[in-house]
Design a protein around this ligand. Structure first.
Ligand code: G
Ligand code: G
Ligand code: NA
Ligand code: MN
Length: 257
């Protein structure tokens, strides 16, 4: 309960919830092609908190809806700053995690429409990451909201792909733009033959369905090489950069072997 009221307060201030950004890197050119926004809470007494410590409370209390809006707004403002400072001159995929609670929030689409206009966001800039479990509760509402988002030029990424219990039925039922291959597979690419086979199958599926792909959790040069050989060219993971606050982001071409 203490954490809940503290989170409520944090949402009203500007310096407690901090967006961290983790790059997506092009496997061949080393260029930064996208960013995932991940929330951190700089708690005045408890120190820096990871999402796992407070997202459950945010979900249970319903505060997650405000938290997600807070993060979307913060990321859009940051993108504008980067564009004004000349750090971002080419299209960049800005990813934000979206909890399923937003699908039940009747004001969400109107709110986002307003934000897209206000920031003059070009279609294909903003991606919302959704997990399969987010689609389970109210599938029809989710489908309606997703269709409205796509009309706005907001894209949808299926997060943690391959770990849910019915991944393929979700691809069939909903229209996504991008798949994020779960790091459970990526971490074993280059060491276990089965993981290679699964990643190959996911890439073939994505190509057939016209979906973009990001491999998450890339930690080694070997994984980078393997993924690149397989034709998976957008990579995210500690090998390139950990999530970091905006001012610590390294915009230089990330070194590749
Ligand atoms: O950064 P880290 O690995 O600790 O993130 C853990 C999880 O928290 C991720 O799976 C991510 O989906 C979730 N998460 C991080 N930031 C946000 C956010 O702003 N909104 C929502 N809904 N989930 C987030
Ligand atoms: O569920 P989601 O995929 O959104 O979670 C992203 C989480 O993965 C973040 O908490 C982030 O800190 C973490 N992460 C990012 N890159 C790596 C990596 O290379 N290895 C591991 N183990 N975790 C990573
Ligand atoms: Na995510
Ligand atoms: Mn993921």
């Amino acid at each position: 309960l203490a954490l809940e009221s503290e989170l409520r307060r944090a949402l009203e201030e500007q310096d407690q919830l901090i967006p961290y950004y983790q790059p997506f890197v092009h496997a061949i050119t080393g260029e930064l092609v996208g960013l995932e926004t991940l929330v951190r809470w700089r708690h005045p007494e408890r120190g820096m908190l990871a999402p796992a410590t407070f997202l459950p409370v945010a979900e249970e209390s319903g505060l997650i809806v405000r938290l997600d809006r807070y993060m979307i707004e913060a990321a859009c403002r940051q993108l504008t700053r980067w564009q004004l400072s000349g750090q971002v001159t080419t299209p960049l995929a800005l990813h934000i995690n979206l909890s399923s609670s937003n699908f039940h929030d009747p004001g969400f689409v109107a709110w986002l429409t307003q934000l897209v206009r206000q920031h003059d966001l070009q279609p294909g800039t903003l991606y919302l990451e959704i997990t399969e479990s987010a689609l389970i509760d109210e599938p029809d509402t989710a489908a309606m909201v997703m269709a409205a988002l796509r009309k706005l030029g907001v894209r949808l990424a299926l997060d943690d792909f391959g770990t849910g219990y019915s991944a393929l039925s979700y691809l069939h039922r909903y229209r996504f733009d991008k798949l994020k291959i779960d790091r459970a597979f990526v971490s074993e690419v280059d060491s276990k033959g089965e993981a290679d086979a699964i990643v190959r199958a996911i890439l073939a599926l994505a190509e057939a369905l016209g979906l973009e792909v990001v491999a998450e959790g890339v930690e080694t040069e070997g994984q980078l090489r393997r993924l690149s050989e397989m034709g998976c060219h957008t990579l995210q993971g500690f090998y390139f950069a950990a999530p970091a606050p905006a001012e610590q982001l390294d915009w230089s071409r990330l070194a590749l072997p």
